[in-house]
Design a protein. Structure first.
Length: 166
């Protein structure tokens, strides 16, 4: 290869890196504006999932019945806060790979979504009263927020995969 072709190839690589919303323009660990904005949106969605579950239980001090569902709600609520923190804290302060923060977003959104669908179709042990109750507005809001979080998280994981491959 000629020097000119190598130079052109290096320029193309640099342009790809600079166009990526997940990499710093200086090559360092500082977040770019689009990356930070996307992480803030993801954190807000994670907190919204937690908030919807607190509201559905009747507040922070209430516990849904049966107890296993109440504790599952608590798990979702704590998971929402931890996911939001993982998305907002800069990577240099986190343990683990970057993709892990977005994987937690998928789990946080998909788990309650699947549980809600199951509770309305086949029913859950100890809670047969919700079968067919599709008109509950808090549940509908929860589904929308969870789907948005899963979609954002999957998109970010795909973007991360594309930027690490190229």
């Amino acid at each position: 290869m000629t020097d000119q072709a190598i130079s052109l190839q290096n320029q193309v690589k640099a342009a790809r890196q600079n166009a990526s919303p997940l990499r710093s323009r200086t090559g360092g660990t500082h977040a770019t504006a689009p990356d930070l904005t996307i992480r803030i949106v993801g954190a807000m969605l994670a907190l919204a999932v937690a908030t919807v579950h607190v509201a559905d239980q009747g507040g922070i001090t209430a516990l849904a019945t049966p107890d296993w569902i109440g504790w599952s709600y608590r798990l979702v609520e704590v998971g929402g806060i931890l996911t939001a923190l993982a998305l907002l804290v800069p990577q240099r302060f986190l343990i683990g790979p970057v993709w892990l923060r977005w994987a937690t977003g998928i789990l946080l959104g998909a788990g309650p979504f699947i549980a809600y669908i199951a509770s309305r179709t086949i029913g859950l042990p100890g809670d047969p009263g919700d079968v067919g109750n599709w008109g509950y507005w808090v549940g509908t809001l929860s589904l929308l927020v969870e789907v948005a979080l899963v979609m954002l998280s999957v998109t970010m994981l795909r973007t991360l995969r594309r930027t690490t491959i190229s």
